[in-house]
Design a protein around this ligand. Structure first.
Ligand SMILES: Nc1ncnc2c1ncn2[C@@H]1O[C@H](COP(=O)(O)OP(=O)(O)OP(=O)(O)O)[C@@H](O)[C@H]1O
Ligand SMILES: [Mg+2]
Length: 259
């Protein structure tokens, strides 16, 4: 049998020579990034290195000046962010994008319904009793540890739990690739620890992840592969041990934290 494109490359995501200029500023220059299926791939680097810009290019929010992105075997040139999401890519935003006046269950049902029925047919309040989407949403909330409060309004959640809810919303339609930009920023230590556990569990379910993160405890605890960006270029890549010992990385980034 002929292998399909994906099994040839084994890549969930490929960025080829991606560059992005903002006026005179080169935020990304010739970035090549390959994310293998089923891995947790972290992107680290100093402030302003271009990490968020790269995530935005991947999700289609920013059009690169040069280069291309291939997701799950499909080139994404001219594909809209919405279509990219429908293809199975989701991004967790730093500020939770939730509906504060709705229950947790409704918050999770909305994207699950949109994925099943299409956004235009979406009608939250006029569904038959016992719609399987609801038990599916319950399971997703259980996965992130919020099942017990699923009928509360989202606005009553703590900041950490709002982030969990957003994660539930993002994984409700089982994306193939989940992108996270600083998932533990602003969290207390115990919240960071439980986020690590949760992300590890989601990763074990087979979801491929790209994580941008400054907290090295999180990066080293979760990553299979780490790519280091500095001034818009990838300066190193490897497993956590390779990256920890790389003098270029220590100079560009880790050194900052150790001094
Ligand atoms: N929309 C924009 N317009 C102009 N410049 C931008 C824009 N977005 C980002 N930049 C610039 O591009 C560079 C890369 O920014 P980016 O946000 O990607 O960095 P980052 O690695 O995510 O940094 P941080 O760790 O602080 O989040 C920075 O110099 C930033 O000021
Ligand atoms: Mg950023």
């Amino acid at each position: 049998m002929m292998p399909n494109n994906k099994s040839i490359s084994e890549a969930m995501l490929d960025c080829y020579q991606v560059s992005k200029n903002f006026g005179g500023l080169q935020a990304l220059s010739d970035v090549n990034l390959r994310v293998k299926e089923g891995t947790v791939h972290s992107l680290i680097g100093p402030n302003g290195a271009g990490k968020s810009t790269l995530l935005n290019v991947i999700t289609g929010m920013i059009v690169p000046t040069h280069g291309s992105v291939v997701f799950d075997g499909k080139p994404l040139g001219n594909v809209s962010p919405h279509e990219i999401n429908q293809l199975g890519m989701a991004k967790v935003f730093q500020t939770p994008a939730i509906f504060p006046e709705m229950s947790l269950l409704q918050n999770v049902c909305i994207p699950a319904l949109a994925a099943r029925d299409g956004a235009f047919k979406l009608n939250m309040f006029d569904r038959g009793e016992g719609d399987p989407i609801e038990s599916f949403a319950e399971e997703t909330l259980a996965e992130v540890g919020l099942q017990e409060v699923m009928h509360s309004e989202a606005r009553f959640l703590s900041r950490g739990d709002k982030r969990r809810l957003e994660l539930a919303i993002c994984i409700a339609h089982r994306p193939k690739l989940l992108l996270l930009d600083e998932p533990t920023a602003g969290m207390a230590r115990h919240e960071t620890e439980s986020t690590i556990e949760l992300l590890r569990k989601i990763s074990k379910s087979g979801m491929t992840m790209v994580i941008v993160e400054h907290d090295m405890n999180v990066v080293f605890a979760l990553s299979d592969i780490i790519s280091v960006l500095a001034q818009g270029s990838i300066i190193a890549e490897g497993n956590p041990d390779d990256v920890k010992g790389n003098p270029k990385v220590i100079e560009a980034y880790l050194g900052e934290e150790q001094e």
